[in-house]
Ligand binder design. Sequence first.
Ligand SMILES: [Mn+2]
Length: 294
Amino acid sequence: MRTIEAIGAASSIAGNRFGCCGGPRMLRHSGKVGVLARKHGLLLNWQQVLEPHTKIDKEAALRELFYHLAQQIQTLCKRQHPFVFRGGDHACAMGVWGGVLSAMRPRRDFGLIWIDAHMDSHTFTTSDSGNIHGMPLAALLGQADPRLANIYGQHPFLDPSRLVLIGVRSCEKAEQQLLKRLGVQVYDMARIRQSGGLGVVLRRVLNSMRHRCHYYGMTIDLDGIDPRDAPGVGVPVAGGLSGAALCRALKRVGSDPSLIGLEVSEFNPLRDKNHRTERLVEELIGSIYGEHWH
Ligand SMILES: [Mn+2]
């Protein structure tokens, strides 16, 4: 059996729908008795499931939540323990990867693979909806407006040349322009098809991470996967990645010592169908961290 540290944040206040706060609460115990242990030989050692303050202003609550989350993540990174983080909505990425970047200071050669249907690169200035879960990447890249920067806190920023987005198929002009200007690699669905499919793309991206970065992380927004395979998300977009193909491709990550952590976000149990998304989450985590003897 392999053991991986697990942290959760039951927070959906940065999104447009309630529900994905139930994800980590529900999955908290699944690692002990479920598919992960039986099929993948993996135990999740749950540290904590953080919750946002509900009695204060939303932005203040998020700032505080991400601060505590980042502290937890920093502790694990400094002890060199790989982690699984379960959101929550994708705004939590600010706390997770902000924490990783702080733990690695001053070394900045950290890479991040961002699997998502969206670019999550808005700021309060460019967003029509004002949904903060559409903004974490702008903050991580150091492109936040003052309001968003205040939520992100004092962490260092991601190097745009060490960030890769995979699965994008719904984005707005301001986000596209930002990522283009910074030279961020984006594999949208068309480019994935042109490049020979998800397996080929992930192999290429993982190779480049291993060569160019001391450490890398992966964040999976479940809406990057096709809603037929992962219906239990806040903002489904048709035409996404195949869940099975993603699991297959992720088995190559194996026990790569350069992989510092995995975030799985936007799981909304209220919208799930026949536990399909819930099971896929276990398969994804098992594919990355499990022991693959068959
Ligand atoms: Mn996202």
